[in-house]
Design a protein around this ligand. Structure first.
Ligand SMILES: Cc1cc2nc3c(=O)[nH]c(=O)nc-3n(C[C@H](O)[C@H](O)[C@H](O)COP(=O)(O)OP(=O)(O)OC[C@H]3O[C@@H](n4cnc5c(N)ncnc54)[C@H](O)[C@@H]3O)c2cc1C
Length: 383
C-alpha cells in the first residue's frame, strides 16, 4: 500500500464507518468493533509493519495524516488505532528469541485480524509510566506478573497487551522489561468499567494481571531494557500520534464552527451568525491559525524523525505539549462561538471539547513534558 492509498482508505473509513456512529458511540460509551474491522480489512492495522510480514512498510509521514483523518471523524477510534500502532511497533522490535511468538502475531496484525495496545500505566505510579510498581518474578525460564494497570485503551477488545513490569533482578525504579500478553492469558482480566469524560468509545478500562504466567518467548525486551524501548520506540510515535489526534479534533472543531456560523441565522436581522458578528469571525480565524500552526509542528516533527538531529527529542516533547494545549484552546473557542447550541449538545462540538481534554492528561502529561523540556534546556537529568 502506498502513502496515498493509506490516506484515501482512512478517509473512506472515516466518512463511511466512523462519522455516522461517532455521536451514538460516544453517548453509549460503545467501542466500535466495526471501525477496527474496517481498519483491518483496509490493511491499516499493519501500516508500519515490514512488507516481508505482509505490512505496508510505511512510516510516521503516513501515520500522522491517517490518525488525524480518523480523529476528525471519531477521536476514540483514532486513539484505539494509535495505541495499536504503538503496540505493533514494540512487538516488531522484539528481541530475536521472541520470534516464535511475535512472528505469528505480526502476521495476524498485517492480515487485519489482531488489535494490540499498551498496558504501561499503573495505579501506584500513576502517570509516571516509566516506573512500574509491579515486578516480574522468575518462573522457570519465564516469569509471573501481578499488576494493576490503571488505564488500557481497547481493554477487553485487544487481542494482545504490551505490558511493562520491573525486571526480576532490576535494581532501579526504571529497570523494566516489556512482555506481550495474549488476551486469553490466564489471570488477565478487565478490572472495571470505562466511563470517561471524553474518548468515551475507546474502552480505556483498568486491566488486572493476577499471577499471569509469561513464557520467556513472550518477553519482548532484554531484562531491564523496557525503559529504553519506551523512550526510543513508544514515546516519539505516541507524541506524534497524540498530536495528530489533536489536529483532527481541531480541524473538526473549525469545520463544525464554520458550518454553524453559516447556517445559524439571526432571522430578525436577516443574517447568519457569521455575517452578523465580526467578533465570532475573529475567533474562528484564531482557531484556524492555531490548527494550521499545529499541522506545521507535526510536519516539522516528521522531518526531525526522517533526519534526526540534536533538537529531535526537544521537538518530540514540545509537539505533544503544544498539541494538548492547542486542542483544548481550539475546542474551547468552538464551544464559546457556538454558544447555547454547542452547550445544549445540538452539535458535535461538545464531544470534540471533551475528547480534546484527554491528550494533555495522557502520559507523558503536558505538565511532565514541560518539566522535561525545561530540564533539557538546563542540562538537568530527566529521570
Ligand atoms: C483516555 C485515556 C486513555 C489511556 N490509555 C492508556 C493506555 O492505553 N495505556 C496506558 O498505559 N495508559 C493509558 N492511559 C493513562 C495515561 O497515560 C496516564 O497515565 C493517566 O491519564 C494519568 O492519570 P493520573 O490521574 O494517574 O495522573 P497523575 O499522575 O495523578 O497526575 C495528576 C496531575 O499531576 C501532574 N503531574 C504528574 N507528575 C508531574 C510532574 N513530574 N511534574 C509536573 N506535574 C506532574 C499531571 O500532569 C496531572 O495534571 C490513558 C488515560 C486516558 C485518560
Amino acid at each position: 500500500m502506498t502513502h496515498e492509498a493509506a490516506v484515501l482508505r482512512a478517509r473512506d473509513i472515516a466518512g463511511r464507518v466512523l462519522a455516522p456512529s461517532a455521536g451514538q458511540n460516544d453517548k453509549a460509551g460503545r467501542f466500535s468493533i466495526e471501525a477496527v474491522d474496517s481498519l483491518g480489512k483496509a490493511g491499516l492495522l499493519g501500516l508500519m509493519l515490514p512488507v516481508e510480514l505482509g505490512g505496508s512498510g510505511l512510516g510516521p509521514r503516513t501515520l500522522a495524516p491517517v490518525t488525524a483523518i480518523l480523529a476528525e471523524a471519531d477521536a476514540s477510534v483514532a486513539m484505539v488505532y494509535l495505541m495499536h500502532i504503538l503496540g505493533a511497533a514494540t512487538i516488531m522490535r522484539a528481541r530475536p528469541t521472541a520470534a516464535p511468538t511475535v512472528t505469528p502475531i505480526l502476521q495476524e496484525i498485517a492480515a487485519g485480524r489482531h488489535l494490540s495496545t499498551l498496558a504501561f500505566s499503573e495505579a501506584g505510579s500513576r502517570s509516571h509510566f516509566w516506573t512500574p510498581m509491579s515486578r516480574a518474578h522468575r518462573n522457570g525460564s519465564g516469569v509471573r506478573i501481578t499488576a494493576k494497570k490503571s488505564w488500557v485503551t481497547s481493554a477487553g477488545h485487544a487481542q494482545s497487551y504490551v505490558v511493562s513490569a520491573l525486571a526480576p533482578e532490576g535494581k532501579g525504579p526504571t529497570d523494566s522489561t516489556l512482555y506481550v500478553l495474549p488476551a486469553e492469558t490466564r489471570g488477565l482480566s478487565v478490572a472495571g468499567p470505562w466511563d470517561g469524560l471524553g474518548l468515551r468509545a475507546n474502552a480505556s478500562a483498568p486491566i488486572a494481571l493476577d499471577n499471569c504466567e509469561v513464557p520467556s518467548h513472550f518477553q519482548l525486551t532484554e531484562d531491564g531494557a523496557g525503559f529504553q524501548a519506551m523512550l526510543n520506540v513508544v514515546l516519539p510515535l505516541f507524541n506524534l500520534g497524540t498530536a495528530a489526534v489533536a489536529l483532527g479534533l481541531c480541524r473538526a472543531a473549525v469545520a463544525g464552527t464554520a458550518s454553524h456560523l453559516k447556517s445559524a441565522k439571526f432571522e430578525h436581522l436577516g443574517q447568519s451568525l457569521g455575517e452578523s458578528l465580526p467578533t465570532l469571525r475573529a475567533q474562528l480565524a484564531a482557531m484556524q491559525i492555531d490548527t494550521d500552526g499545529l499541522s506545521a509542528r507535526i510536519d516539522d516533527l516528521i522531518e526531525h524523525f526522517e533526519k534526526p538531529r540534536e533538537t529531535t527529542m526537544l521537538r518530540v516533547l514540545e509537539t505533544k505539549a503544544a498539541a494538548g494545549d492547542i486542542a483544548i484552546a481550539v475546542t474551547s473557542a468552538a464551544m464559546r462561538i457556538c454558544g447555547g447550541a454547542a452547550f445544549s449538545k445540538h452539535m458535535s462540538i461538545e464531544r470534540l471539547f471533551r475528547d480534546a481534554h484527554a491528550g494533555a492528561v495522557m502520559a507523558p502529561t503536558g505538565d511532565v513534558l514541560r518539566e522535561f523540556i525545561a530540564k533539557l534546556l538546563l542540562g538537568m537529568p530527566l529521570f
